[in-house]
Design a protein around this ligand. Structure first.
Ligand code: ATP
Length: 577
């Protein structure tokens, strides 16, 4: 690669969408506000305004309906078995031993590094170093590229620059940054980006004043950082010597239960909703008629004291999860895992994320926890992760890890007696079998989900009266329809109000029906487009005569006449209500 023939960087549809513009729309139209904004905000916390609160409720309701009440749209599971799920709602604060058993007290840590000069903090496992090797170096040969990596990873080479990147797309940005900066005499004119194995993300050739250079962006492992933090240049100033050694930082928020606030009163805000299900597993089995296979769903707020909250609501310190723990016999667990993995991908598509921006990524064997036989992530290409992707939901085969841990720590039997299995008794009936169920966990984030829906829906079209609008799926849209009297006289407001009242009475569970009589009809359409309202009904002079209204479609702008008494059934069909 030479400077004369730069390789075009990969382009995805999403970078065209500006995150600043999306965030501005979210604020302007009351989807998402900064928490405590009048006091300057608080990092990592976001509030939902009227439209955002309803959008998130619609997402939660869609999950509840399609996962718990009518799981998988009535489809059967492996072997034609019925998919049965029940809900629970468990506390944010649990007995501290829950988090010891789950491994969160001992292991839910992020390594953290501070820059003493700028007082900035970042996750040590996100530190990427740029290692540059001159042409005459023994590592010049492409085949020997792993050698550079090895030297970098063993601490023998000090990086010439460091960056913070938590994924491949951020490493791309780091490279772009690199092209703009002075690298101590190196003139970097072109960078050839290549994904290069799991430890080093990017290899590139560079032309420099001193001849061709080879470089690698390598994620700096913790063990190396511990020994070499004094020689690694700060990602903020480029100078070496100001980084602290990495320190382990537990992500759980601590609080005290009771008035004395001593060490023995420490409790934690849950970092996930899943453990509430495992600790109530026995109660659900004993008090309801569920039989394996079955799932228990739990939704609610979770809290993680993220070291570097960022990317709008994507990485927050307080967020909402919707998790299902699906229990099955160990011999059927792999099939159930595949079933849920496929269904979850289909579900996200069904609510408006179809297309190239959504992928299902199966984890590599070496990424899996020791107890897991498979994990997949549903990932979305957000404008800030593009060309890479960010996780929306993880679907994990958790084996019998959690129930076994709680059985050990609580000394309560968590095994399940399955009367339909086991050897046959002389009467021809099975004798039954005790076993520890295996669990498949589809764990979704509702804030990331809502953000993905907004990013996907955000559309720019300068030719429209609403140059920015949201193509939200009708099922998810917070405003389902709007009713406009064309002018505020001649009987039109009365008909509009009647229609508005009828539609509100029918559809309030799904979202609001707006009434707007201010300004020109074009401006009213534009306001609704920007809020993502899919359908507008205009009452005009003809309505008074022939009882028809104009239906206008948000996405196409197409208009058609429709009988007034058909409006409710049309909406019912479109909203799946
Ligand atoms: P990440 O690797 O991005 O930190 P994770 O793998 O730790 O996420 P899980 O523990 O699997 O996440 O949680 C399930 C879901 O909860 C995630 O897919 C995501 O949608 C959501 N989630 C997790 N952490 C956050 C956060 N800090 N802010 C918003 N949503 C989150």
């Amino acid at each position: 690669m030479t400077a004369a023939e730069p390789k075009p960087e990969s382009v995805s549809p999403n970078p065209a969408k500006s995150m600043d513009a999306i965030m501005a729309l979210c604020k302007r139209r009351g989807f998402i506000y900064q928490a405590s904004e009048i006091y300057g905000g608080i990092n990592g916390f976001w509030d939902y305004g009227p439209l955002g609160a309803q959008l998130k409720k619609n997402l939660r309701d869609a999950w509840w309906q399609d996962m718990i009440m009518n799981p998988c749209w009535g489809r059967s599971g492996p072997g034609g078995q019925r998919v049965r799920c029940v809900p629970v709602e468990t506390c944010i604060i649990q007995h501290p031993k829950v988090w010891e058993a789950s491994g969160h007290v001992g292991g839910f840590n992020d390594p953290m590094v501070d820059d003493k000069e700028t007082k900035q903090r970042f996750r040590a496992d996100h530190l990427v170093g740029l290692f540059v090797v001159p042409a005459e170096n023994q590592y010049i040969d492409k085949a020997k590229r792993p050698g550079i990596r090895k030297a970098a990873l063993s601490g023998q080479l000090a990086p010439v620059r460091s960056f913070i990147a938590s994924n491949e797309s951020e490493a791309h940005l780091a490279l772009q940054e690199l092209k703009k900066r002075d690298l101590g005499g190196l003139d970097v004119r072109a960078a050839h980006v290549q994904i290069d194995g799991s430890e080093s993300w990017h290899a590139f050739d560079m032309d420099s004043a001193r001849g061709q250079m080879h470089g690698l962006l390598v994620q700096i492992p913790m063990r190396i950082l511990e020994q070499t933090h004094t020689t690694i240049p700060s990602p903020f100033t480029g100078k070496a010597g100001s980084l602290t050694p990495p320190r382990q930082f537990n992500l759980m928020f601590k609080t005290y239960v009771g008035a004395t606030a001593t060490e023995s009163d420490i409790a934690y805000m849950r970092p996930e909703t899943a453990q509430g299900v495992f600790v109530q597993f026995k109660n659900v089995v004993d008090t309801t008629r569920v039989k394996i296979p079955f799932g228990i769903g739990n939704t609610g707020r979770s809290f993680r004291n993220e070291v570097t909250p960022r990317n709008f609501t994507f990485r927050s310190r307080e967020f909402e999860q919707a998790e299902l723990e699906f229990f099955c016999h160990p011999s059927e667990s792999v099939e159930w895992y595949q079933f849920w993995r496929d269904f979850r991908m289909e579900w996200w598509k069904s609510i408006g994320l179809a297309g190239d921006n959504l992928i299902l990524r199966e984890h590599e064997k070496d990424e899996l926890s020791h107890y897991s036989q498979g994990t997949s992530d549903v990932e979305y290409r957000f404008p800030f992760t593009a060309p890479g992707f960010g996780e929306l939901e993880g679907i994990a085969h958790r084996g019998c890890f959690d129930l076994t841990q709680h059985q050990t720590h609580s000394k309560q039997k968590m095994e399940y007696f399955d009367a339909s299995r086991g050897e046959l008794a002389p009467n021809g009936q099975p004798k039954g079998e005790w076993y520890m169920p295996h669990c498949i966990e589809p764990a979704a984030g509702l804030d990331r989900g809502a953000l993905a829906l907004i990013c996907e829906a955000y559309t720019k079209d300068e030719s429209r009266a609403s140059p920015e609008f949201l193509k939200l799926h009708p099922r998810l849209a917070p405003i389902k329809a709007a009713v406009f009297p064309l002018v505020n006289k001649d009987g039109m407001p009365e008909i509009a109000e009647k229609l508005h009242a009828e539609l509100t009475a029918k559809f309030w569970r799904q979202g609001s029906i707006e009434m707007d009589e201010k300004q020109s009809i074009g401006k009213r359409y534009a306001r609704m487009d920007e809020a993502g309202c899919p359908f507008c009904f205009t009452v005009d002079g003809d309505t008074v005569k022939d009882q028809t209204v104009t239906l206008r479609d948000r996405d196409t702008g197409a208009q058609q006449r429709m009988a007034l008494d058909k409006v409710a059934s049309f909406l019912s069909e479109k909203l799946g209500a």
